[in-house]
Design a protein around this ligand. Structure first.
Ligand SMILES: [Zn+2]
Length: 70
């Protein structure tokens, strides 16, 4: 579950459950009330509402280490 609400398009995110293709890393392609993510393994696009996305996500991958959130 994400606690940081400041994710943005282009960021990578690891979901709690790996995708059916085996990849667990996704790229955010749209944010807003709904969040669109694209699987880096197979290219599948999934749209979730923001709350569901934040629950389903495990970790946000960011180059900028602003906080030490695990
Ligand atoms: Zn996939």
């Amino acid at each position: 579950m994400l606690t940081d609400n400041s994710f943005c398009v282009g960021q990578r995110v690891i979901m709690r459950k790996p995708h059916a293709c085996g990849a667990d890393e996704w790229v955010i392609t749209r944010t807003g009330a709904d969040v669109k993510i694209k699987c880096t393994g197979c290219g599948r696009v999934v749209m979730l509402d923001r709350g569901a996305f934040m629950k389903a996500a495990k970790k946000l991958l960011t180059e900028v280490n602003e906080n030490e959130e695990q």
